[in-house]
Design a protein around this ligand. Sequence first.
Ligand SMILES: Nc1ncnc2c1ncn2[C@@H]1O[C@H](COP(=O)(O)OP(=O)(O)OP(=O)(O)O)[C@@H](O)[C@H]1O
Ligand SMILES: Nc1ccn([C@H]2C[C@H](O)[C@@H](COP(=O)(O)O)O2)c(=O)n1
Length: 565
Amino acid sequence: MFGLLTRRITCVTSSLGLRNINYIKSIMSDELPNVVFVLGGPGAGKGTQCAKIVEKFQYVHLSAGDLLREERNTEGSAFGELIENHIRNGTIVPVEITCSLLATAMKKSSQNKFLIDGFPRNKDNLDGWQKEMGSKTNVQFVLFFNCSQETCMERCLQRGAAGSGRSDDNEESLKKRFQTYVKDTMAIIEHYDALGLVRKIDASQSPDQVFEDVKKAFEYFKVRSEANRTRRWCGSRSLSFFNMSYKKESLSDVRLHAAARQGNVLAMRHLLDSGKVHIDSHDKDGTTPLMMASAAGHIECCRELISQGADPTLRRKETGASSLFLAAQGGFNDIVSLLLQSGAPVDARCKDGGTALMVASQQGYTDVCLELINSGADVHLQMKDGATSLFLASQNGHAKIVSLILSTVASANENNSSLSVEEMINVRRLDGATPLWMAAQMGFDYVVRLLLRAGANPNIIRNDGVSPLLKASQKGHVDAVGELLQSNPHLGLSQNGDSPLYAAVLRRNVPIIRILLRAGADAHLTTTRSLLSPKALAEKLRFWEIIQLFNTTESYEGSSSTSPV
Ligand SMILES: Nc1ncnc2c1ncn2[C@@H]1O[C@H](COP(=O)(O)OP(=O)(O)OP(=O)(O)O)[C@@H](O)[C@H]1O
Ligand SMILES: Nc1ccn([C@H]2C[C@H](O)[C@@H](COP(=O)(O)O)O2)c(=O)n1
């Protein structure tokens, strides 16, 4: 079924033998020193947030970058020059050096909770860590600070201007660091995401707002590990149940809800036996104990509630979320199965049209998606804004789920007259974006590849006139641009008057310019937005290396013209 598994995930995962249950156990242990990896683009705010986490949660902060800079500055270090070269070029220092600096720093500390910032950054880092530290540490989760390249770049340049003294806070190094981040580090984040360990934080907000989300991630982890010490770890979980109201009619109702949330089955049974509470007593938001237990992943509580007659068809008032939706959102497959067997409607809709399959696709819970699909979930449904499960999985880079949905659509189409894969794959959200458009914008090149191979149309533009190729070029996603070019997309002006080549020149992205030229993009095509051609722009901005690239291409191949889309 997963024959089209992604190149990137496969290569990282298989080299580690992740299907090996012992490895999975090693990342769940409670006894070993605990580690939270902190990842995100250069300048996403990792260091800033780590300082806050140290203060609030008493972790020891170890920044791989800081340790390397310290080693570089140590007199007589055999690695000083090598480290400086990597830092300036935005490439990654061999793991033997970084891992040994981290291990030494961990040994020196008497604490057992570490925030490891800026590591693992590539496959070499990940493999080296696994080899040396994998069995000696417990990776709790990965904090991923997600922030656009533009914002990160601006922050780092400001940091440099304010006197950081860092030799890599300049445009040239930053561009290279971003290339490394997109090319190498995103695959590591994907790898941990596939294990359900990633907590993604919107890092574009103010530092205090970001920290509010960070706190939730840590508090959530604390609640889960305390409540489920003896229970298996199920991967990344929804935070939504923290927002639930606790206003109930009586103290017993409050206690029942608290017991369901904490997974205290004995207390729950005692309260139910007392006859003082209604099994489906709900708060002002319509939240029932079964919803609480489903959202928090407490299978025993769910079993008890169902066996005592709890209604799995009820929905929360404001959002319309059902117990099934909440269990799927948290990735609790055992609860999803139980609810389905107990009569929960598989395609119950939230107020925004969302279903359990959609939220599981968005969060990346492949096992849950499989369970729902096997129970008859409709893969064709759309949210009110038009998004499908395929769209949400593509937007979040969940390649296995993209494959699963595509194969389900294909077999549904064989059996009846539902949409074909080609029709389904190009279904647009209200803003005109297709799954391919979203994957291109996010730089999930392996999803772009899957979608194109399955027949996605690379020329469907969003309502704002931007094509997938233009967006990927604007965002600097060189691998996604490369994948798109395999399907011969329009290279000329997109409907908004901009061109992919112009966008790449504006951002001085030489790798993208190179592959666009190789694919036949025209350096003389004047954009209607700026009234300049890519070449004229390069000349205006004095980007000599790009002008030279254009001249060389012209002298070899002669220029070609491209008609507007
Ligand atoms: N949420 C934020 N909003 C605005 N500026 C921020 C925010 N977070 C951090 N900054 C500023 O951005 C710059 C980069 O932040 P920081 O050093 O924490 O990032 P980083 O991810 O650790 O960077 P690097 O990977 O380059 O070490 C700093 O000058 C910091 O003050
Ligand atoms: N795992 C790591 C972490 C950092 N480096 C090098 C290369 C980075 O560009 C530089 C700065 O790191 P930051 O302070 O931005 O986290 O340090 C590395 O090679 N390997």
